[in-house]
Design a protein around this ligand. Sequence first.
Ligand code: FES
Length: 106
Amino acid sequence: MPWYPVCSSTEIAEGGFRTVTLLGKRIAVFLRRGEFYAISAMCRHQGADLTRGVRNGDVFTCPRHHWRHDLYTGECLSEPGLTLPRYALRIREGRIEVEVGGEYYD
Ligand code: FES
C-alpha cells in the first residue's frame, strides 16, 4: 500500500491534530501523550468531516447531524458498533506519512 506525506512531525502540538484528504478519504493525524496516530475523520453516518464539528476532549460532534465519535478510540457514541478505521503511520526523516488503503480496526 502506498504511503503519503501529511506534514512535519513538529507541526502537530500535543493534543492537536492535522486533517488531510488522501485518495478521497479525510484522515486526522493526532498527537496524544507523545504518540502520533491516524484515524478516519469521516462520520460513519454520511461522511461529514468530524474535525469540523465541536470538540470536547477526544469526542467530536458531527457538524451535520450531531452524531458523536471518539477520535481516540474510534468509537461512535451515538451508534455503538460503528467504529472509525485507523491507518498505519510512520515517521520518515521528520515527516509523518500515512498508509492509505490499509485501514484497520482495533
Ligand atoms: S453525517 Fe455525521 S451525523 Fe450525519
